[in-house]
Write a protein that binds this ligand. Structure first.
Ligand code: NAD
Length: 265
């Protein structure tokens, strides 16, 4: 299927790792020009150099919790590519975890700044460019946790639920301008984010990493019907479709890429 992405300019946040990186590779292979935004620096340069063998890619370092850094990133991308047609917002953190009663206001704020406000800031920066071009695609990466909250990570769950609502609301506001907004909700994908969770569990229980994954699936994700971790590329394939010409009648939808993990309809 030709996705019709040749020469489209895509911005991918969290582009240095996991789902963002796999999405960057997917879009570049389809002929898009890609700007990777991440707060990392040396690692981002290395990632970009690797993907550059596939097509036109630039690295833009920015901490998305800082409004002025988002604006500077936008300027850097405009200087290189002149416009932006696509935004995939994949930057995120697990944030504060543990007993709800033990999580401070400050810890909540730190999570909200990355997992909600960074999406607000990046949409505010790049959406007007798509609007004036009369064509745009935005994909906000949410999570299964938005629909099926896990009590030990409530700041993350609450932010991801807000992301679904943000995507739906933006889709209503800007469809008339040709900008189609959707969200994607993965579950238990093999990325550094879940590697860190599994490593902690393995260390705490003194078991091998692979056993920690099996145990987590059985005990914590019994409804993940496929009973394995997803691959970042499996999420990138869905995001790639949503960024493309082929998704021209799709908006305001939440696409689950979760191996069946969310137990309800
Ligand atoms: P990851 O940790 O591999 O990548 C996240 C990237 O975001 C990192 O490169 C990190 O540097 C970047 N980032 C974090 N804070 C930032 C900031 N302030 N400014 C700029 N960049 C920042 O994680 P991933 O698993 O690839 O997750 C990507 C998205 O998918 C996240 O939004 C995550 O919540 C979501 N998600 C992941 C899973 C999973 O199982 N991996 C499941 C559901 C949802």
């Amino acid at each position: 299927m030709d996705l019709g992405l040749t020469n489209k300019v895509a911005v991918i946040t969290g582009g240095d790792s996991g789902i963002g990186k796999a999405t960057a590779e997917r879009l570049v292979r389809e002929g898009a020009k890609v700007a990777l935004i991440d707060k990392t620096s040396d690692a981002l340069t290395r990632t970009t150099e690797k993907i550059q063998s596939l097509g036109e890619v630039i690295a833009v370092q920015a901490d998305l919790t800082q409004r002025e850094q988002v604006e500077a990133a936008k300027q850097q991308i405009l200087d290189r590519f002149g416009t932006v047609h696509i935004l995939v917002h994949a930057a995120g953190i697990t944030g504060a975890t543990g007993d709800f009663l033990e999580i401070s206001d400050q810890e909540w704020q730190e999570t909200i700044e990355v997992d909600l406000m960074a999406a607000v800031r990046t949409c505010r920066a790049f959406l007007p460019l798509m609007r004036s071009a009369g064509w745009g695609r935005i994909v906000l990466v949410s999570s299964e946790d938005a629909l099926q909250p896990y009590p030990e990570e409530l700041p993350y769950c609450a932010c991801k639920a807000a992301i679904l609502n943000l995507a739906k609301g933006l889709s209503k506001a800007y469809a008339k301008d040709g900008v189609l907004v959707n969200s994607v909700s993965p579950a238990f994908i093999a990325t550094p984010m879940t590697d860190a969770m599994m490593k902690t569990q393995a260390d705490q229980e003194g078991i091998p990493f692979d056993q920690a994954i099996e145990q987590f699936l059985q005990n914590n994700r019994p409804t993940l019907e496929l009973q394995r971790r997803g691959r970042p590329e499996e999420v990138a394939d869905v995001i790639g479709f949503l960024c493309s010409e082929r998704s021209s009648f799709v908006l305001g939808a939440n696409w689950r890429v979760d191996g069946g993990s969310v137990a309800s309809l």
